[in-house]
Design a protein around this ligand. Structure first.
Ligand code: ZN
Length: 341
């Protein structure tokens, strides 16, 4: 009997790799086995953890919408202090800003357990981006303007991200004249944020011919290309949320040698958008959540009370995770690994 116990103990020692004080072995790349194990944990999603955090990448995503940023709140205006508070509420509720383009293309690369939010501004009003002169006589970003609030928030909370899309019209976007307008557009693009198309004249697009609509959209693309040649304007927020007579006219076209092609077209109202992995994701009719009064709070609360409706990341860009009960709304044409629970 004792003999058997010794043999079994010996076998156990051999299997477990010779005791606790073993020095980690180096593989060919000089990476220890322990490092490799850690790496695998990061690269390979753990289904148990995915279930635990309630990853739901078929949940809905808020594309939030601002117009005027100013001193006071109103139906179409948000004070800069309220705007800052909106960002704080989102951050404290687990949201991370993602770019509209990434959201539309399903490139939502945020940490596990976090929820994406897309920030948009329409009409290129001055309060969204203002320069002011400092004591040294230099023009600096007004901290009370939309871009100033966003950039200062990003300094305080870098993990929130600095992502927003500004939908502009023609004739000196953001006011303050043509020179500063160009500087602002360059600043937005260089900082990694986006410019979107809001048409030249902000007309009701359903009243326009195909050629008139193409002119309204292509000239914005040309205006931005003349300022930042390698930047692609490829998202459109329809003025008043009103579409062209045929959807195709909003999506692609050409006017006097300038072509445009939009990967996403946004409406004005009024609910969170489906996930880009949902088979019913409508890239050319994306609804938005307008921020006025307590409308944003209501939606944050709605998602807290209905967590199955909320997009929650699994932390892995190449993997899409969601509860098995949602399988019927998954777009099976998407070629990413899926994990259900
Ligand atoms: Zn507008």
């Amino acid at each position: 009997m004792r003999k058997y116990i010794i043999i079994i103990t010996l076998i156990l020692i051999l299997i477990s790799g010779c005791g606790k004080d073993e020095i980690p072995k180096l593989d060919n790349n000089g990476v220890t086995n322990n490092d490799q194990a850690e790496k695998n944990e990061i690269n390979n999603p753990d289904p148990e953890k995915i279930k635990e955090i309630g990853a739901n990448e078929l949940g809905r995503i808020m594309i939030i919408e601002y117009h005027v940023i100013g001193e006071e709140d109103a139906r179409w205006a948000r004070s800069y202090t309220s705007f800052r508070q909106d960002l704080e509420k989102l951050y404290n509720s687990g949201y991370v800003a993602v770019s509209l383009k990434d959201m539309i293309q399903g490139n939502i690369d945020i940490p596990a357990g976090k929820t994406p939010v897309v920030i948009t501004f329409d009409d290129g009003t001055q309060g969204q981006f203002r320069y002011i002169e400092n004591e040294q006589g230099e023009m600096v970003v007004d901290p009370k303007s939309g871009v100033g609030v966003l950039e200062n928030f990003y300094k305080d909370y870098p993990d929130f991200g600095l992502e927003a899309t500004f939908f502009v019209n023609y004739y000196s976007p953001f006011g303050q004249g043509a020179d500063l307008s160009k500087r602002k557009i360059t600043h937005i693009i260089e900082s990694g944020m986006d410019i979107g198309n809001h048409s030249v004249n902000h007309l009701k697009m359903n009243t326009l011919s195909k050629e008139e609509a193409a002119k309204e959209l292509a000239l914005i693309v040309k205006m931005i290309k003349d300022i930042v040649p390698d930047y692609e304007v490829e998202t459109l927020a329809l003025p008043f949320g009103i579409g062209t007579k045929e959807t195709e006219w909003s999506v692609r076209g050409e006017y006097e040698g300038t072509a445009f092609e939009n990967i996403g077209v946004l409406l004005v109202g009024s609910t969170p958008a489906p996930s880009p992995y949902n088979k019913n994701f409508p890239p050319y009719a994306l609804e938005r959540v307008q921020v006025f009064e307590d409308n944003l709070d209501k939606w944050i609360k709605y998602f807290e009370e209905n967590p199955d409706q909320k997009y929650v990341s699994d932390g892995h860009l190449e993997v899409i995770s969601f509860p098995e009960s949602k399988l019927d709304i998954f777009n099976t044409e998407i070629s990413k690994e899926i994990i259900t629970y």
